[in-house]
Design a protein around this ligand. Sequence first.
Ligand SMILES: [Zn+2]
Length: 267
Amino acid sequence: MKKDEIAHDLKEGVKKGYCRICGEYKKLTSDHIPPKSCGNGKRVNVIINEKKFISQNGFNCRTICERCNNELLGSNYDKEFKDLYDRMESFKKSKLILTENMVIDVDTKKILRCLLGHLLATDVSGRGPIKNILRNKIDNYFLLDQYRKFVVGEIEEIKNIDVYYWYYPFDNIVLIPHFMKDVNFLDDKIPKINGSLIKIFPISLYIIKKENDVRLQHVSRLSFTDTSISLNTNQSLANKLEYFPEHVGTDWGLVLYNPENLINVER
Ligand SMILES: [Zn+2]
C-alpha cells in the first residue's frame, strides 16, 4: 500500500468487518469525526503521514457498525458534545468577552465516551492494508481496549489514565489513537510516556497512562465524576498550546514510533 492511500482507505473502510468500537463482525457504516453538525460536513484535507487527501463531505471513515454509530454515539453521546460545541461556537463568534474562564456544565462521561468513541473509529493500527486490518479481529491493545469497554458502557471509569484538557479554538483536527514518546537519552528526567491525543474544537484531550510521571502546565485535569469543565479562553494561552504536544521538536514534542498514527484534518 502506498503511504498516500492511507487517508483514502480509512475513509473507504470496508462494507463488512470488525467494528472498531464493539469489536463485532458486522456491516460497517461511515462515522463523521466530529459529528457533521459540529462543522464537519464540508471539504477537508486529511493529512496522514504528510500526504494529503481531500474529502468532500467532512472527515469520516467507514469503520464502525450501525449500532455504535447511531445508538451509542449519534443519538446519545454526540448530543452532549454538540451542546458544548454550540456553546463555545457562539462564544467564539460573539466579541463580547465577560470572562476568560468559561465554566460549562457537562456530563463528563458522555463527552469522554463521545470523543473516545470517535477516536476508536480512526484506530486501524496493525499490519497490512487498512481493508485487511478491518477484516481481522481487533488487537486488544490494553489502553484502547479500556477505551472500548468504557465507550460501550462495560466500565464506568478508566482507572489507569490521567486525562488533561484545555480550550482548543482552532478548526484543524488532530488525532492520535495511540502514541509512545521515546526516552530522551540526553535527559533521563524526561519520562517515556504513552497515551492518546484528541484535538477537536472546542477541546483538547491529552490522555496519558498513569504510571508515567508527567506534570503539565497550563492545562486542567479531568475527572470522570466532574459535572463541569473549565475552559480558559485566553487567546495567547491557546496559541501557545496550539501544537502542544504533537509538535516534534519541542521539549514535549512526541516522537512517534508509528507516524502514520497521526491524523491531521484541515477544515
Ligand atoms: Zn459496533
